[in-house]
Design a protein around this ligand. Structure first.
Ligand code: NAP
Ligand code: ZN
Ligand code: ZN
Length: 333
């Protein structure tokens, strides 16, 4: 039996929960969970905000641990190896997206916490293809958040061939946002942090931002009109998106990774005139995760983490809800 923490209804507290994972699939692996980051998406899933949660729900999709079992047909992974597991648990491996290396766009990819049980547990299983070994030089204690939050902000940098000469804005200095600032600074970009928190303005500069702007101050956003090649939104709230479109340079892009639920209300004319675009993306493929880990190791980039033991997961979730987390909370054994 796997020992986990599960919510039994939307908005419910986590309680101890045991389940029988059944026989190990021939292409699957089993991870002894050492650390598991807490993403804002775990809160959304616990609340059933996206209407596809299944209960009991064991959250946790930023797992780092060691392999305690390896399916018969698995190649390239060894027992005892330290690995990470993010949002996806399984890809179809046969659709054109999978065959093109865009596994994260696979229409039938399965989520670690969608209809299966995640990393708030002593063990978790997944298909071997969705597990990525932790390379030398990546600190295992803080690495969990790279596997969802980190790859989600790193992936657009790869997808859009971001240049070191580009000016980039990051909206929201939370779990995703603080990792974006670190990655973009190391990439060579000029980085502006847009934050709603007065306290985080000084903190963002320490993380590697070159300047900060109040994310909710229309006049301050207007003052940076025409500046950015890319603006990455990591917030889940509605902001003045037309103000952010105006902050883009011609050919600039406003890219959403934050799952804002309210529809966008964008004026098309400013996009037409400046050939500006709006886009969004989910996490990243296993190959891009490996690329991110190598980049993080080379530039000594670590998420800034706070640690709670697994049996205080409810307290940890409350801290994330309250907006106090600096900047990613990780459950650690
Ligand atoms: N696309 C994907 O594949 C993917 C993957 C992972 C997560 N996500 C989504 O990304 C979003 C961020 O996740 P996270 O884990 O980084 O969350 P988080 O740590 O809570 O950070 C979100 C940030 O949003 C800002 N914010 C919150 N309320 C605000 C308000 N009322 N006005 C302005 N800004 C506000 C805050 O930044 P400041 O304090 O700096 O203002 C906060 O730190 C979530 O929607 C999550 O579901 C998407
Ligand atoms: Zn996540
Ligand atoms: Zn596929």
């Amino acid at each position: 039996m796997f020992k986990a923490y599960a919510a039994f209804e939307p908005g419910g507290e986590l309680k101890p929960f045991e389940y029988d994972p059944g026989p190990l699939g021939t292409h699957d692996v089993e991870i002894d969970v050492e650390h598991c980051g807490i993403c804002h998406s775990d809160l959304n899933m616990l609340n059933n905000d996206w209407a596809f949660s299944q209960f009991p729900l064991v959250p946790g999709h930023e797992v780092v641990g060691t392999l305690s079992a390896v399916g018969k047909e698995v190649t390239g992974l060894q027992l005892g190896q330290r690995v990470g597991l993010g949002w996806h648990s399984r890809y179809c491996m046969t659709c054109s997206s999978c065959l093109e290396g865009d596994h994260n766009l696979c229409a039938t990819a399965e989520g670690v916490i969608v209809g299966r049980h995640g990393g708030f547990a002593d063990k978790v299983r997944a298909n071997a293809a969705s597990v990525v070994p932790l390379p030398e030089g990546v600190d295992e204690r803080s690495a969990g958040p790279l596997f969802c939050g980190g790859i989600t902000v790193f992936n657009p940098m790869v997808q859009f061939d971001l240049k070191p000469t580009d000016r980039v804005g990051v909206i929201g200095v939370g779990g995703l946002g603080h990792m974006a600032i670190k990655f973009l600074n190391a990439w060579g970009c000029e980085v502006t942090a847009f934050t709603s928190s007065e306290a985080k303005r000084a903190e963002a500069l320490e993380l590697g931002a070159h300047r900060t702007v109040d994310s909710r101050d229309a006049a301050a956003i207007e003052a940076v009109a025409g500046t950015y090649d890319l603006i990455l939104s990591t917030v889940y709230v509605k902001l003045d998106w037309n103000g952010y479109i105006a902050a883009l340079r011609p050919k600039g892009r406003l890219h959403y990774v934050g799952a804002t639920l309210e529809p966008l209300d964008l004026g098309v004319f400013p996009m037409i005139m400046g050939q500006r675009s709006v886009s969004a993306s989910p996490v990243g493929s296993p190959a891009t995760i490996a690329k991110m880990l190598a980049f993080a190791a080379r530039h000594a980039i670590k998420p800034v983490t706070e640690h709670f033991p697994f049996d205080r997961a409810n307290e940890a979730l409350d801290r994330l809800r309250s907006g106090q987390a600096r900047y990613r909370i990780v459950l650690s054994r």
